[in-house]
Design a protein around this ligand. Structure first.
Ligand code: GLN
Length: 244
C-alpha cells in the first residue's frame, strides 16, 4: 500500500508539506505510522503541482525511493504551489514496476492516485474495464490496478461527470468487480475529492488551505479522520464528508 497526500490553498513550498513536517510523506516512505499493508514505500514516487498560468499541472516521478531522488529534493526546496498531489508507492505483488506505474497519474487538469489494491487482480481486470474503449486501454501507461482505475475515471470525467460522481462510480464498479482497498484521491488544483475504502484517510485545515492525506504528517490535534466507506470533498472554504 502506498501513502498519498493532496493540498489546495495559498502558495506553499512543496517541502513545507512533503519534507519538513516530522512525519512528512518522505519519512512515511520508510516509516509510515498507520500503514497496515507493507512497511516500505520505495517502489516509486511522484509529485504533481499546479503552476500559475498553466491548466495542466507539472509532474515529477521516479521509479525508486523518494529519499534518494536528488531532483525531488531540489524541486521541493524551490517550488511554490497552490495545489499538489504526491504519493510514495509500495507496489502490490504482481504489479508492474517503473515510473509509469507511480502516481500521480495525470490527464488534462487532473491528478490522481490510488492507495490500496483491487482484489483478484489481474483476473478481475476484464470485468472492471468492461465497456471501456479499447483505444483507451491501448494507451494506458502501465498494467496496474491503479492505472486502470484512473483510465475509468478519466473516461467518466471526459463525458462530463463531476469529480465526485466519477470517483463514486469507479469505486462502485471496483467493488462490484471484486472489491479491495480503494482509497482514491483526485484534484483539479482547486478541489480535492477522496474516498476512504479500506485504508486510513484524514484531513486538516491549514492557514489558507486544506490537506488530505493517508495519515497525519504531524501530531497536531487538528487532523480529522475520515470514516471508512466515505467520500470527502474539500476546498479552501469547506470540507464535506458523506457516506458512499
Ligand atoms: N496497487 C497499487 C500499485 O501497485 C497501489 C499500491 C499501494 O497502495 N500500495 O501501485
Amino acid at each position: 500500500m502506498c501513502r498519498h497526500l493532496a493540498y489546495v490553498g495559498s502558495p506553499v513550498f512543496l517541502r513545507e508539506l512533503l519534507v519538513d513536517p516530522s512525519y512528512a510523506l518522505v519519512r512515511q516512505s520508510w516509516a509510515p505510522r498507520r500503514q497496515q499493508h507493507g512497511v516500505l514505500n520505495a517502489d516509486g514516487f511522484g509529485v504533481g503541482w499546479y503552476v500559475d498560468g498553466f491548466d495542466e499541472p507539472a509532474r515529477h516521478r521516479g521509479a525508486g525511493p523518494i529519499w534518494a531522488d536528488e531532483t525531488f529534493a531540489d524541486l521541493s526546496r524551490v517550488t511554490r504551489t497552490t495545489g499538489l498531489l504526491a504519493a510514495v508507492r509500495s507496489a502490490t505483488i504482481g504489479m508492474a514496476a517503473g515510473r509509469a506505474a507511480a502516481a500521480p497519474f495525470r490527464s488534462d487538469r487532473w491528478l490522481f492516485s490510488h492507495n490500496g489494491a483491487v482484489e483478484g487482480w489481474p483476473e478481475v481486470a476484464g470485468r472492471l474495464a468492461w465497456g471501456l474503449d479499447p483505444g483507451v486501454l491501448a494507451r494506458i501507461e502501465a498494467p496496474t490496478d491503479s492505472v486502470l482505475l484512473w483510465a475509468l475515471t478519466v473516461d467518466l470525467l471526459r463525458r462530463g461527470k463531476s469529480e465526485e460522481a466519477a470517483l463514486a462510480e469507479v469505486l462502485t464498479r471496483a467493488v462490484d468487480a471484486g472489491g479491495g482497498r480503494l482509497n482514491l484521491l483526485l484534484t483539479d488544483g482547486h478541489t480535492i475529492i477522496a474516498t476512504a475504502w479500506g485504508v486510513s484517510l484524514c484531513w486538516r485545515q491549514l492557514s489558507g488551505g486544506v490537506v488530505v492525506a493517508s495519515e497525519p504528517f504531524d501530531d497536531d490535534p487538528a487532523w480529522v479522520d475520515v470514516p471508512d466507506q466515505h467520500l470527502l470533498v474539500a476546498d479552501t472554504r469547506e470540507v464535506n464528508v458523506e457516506r458512499l
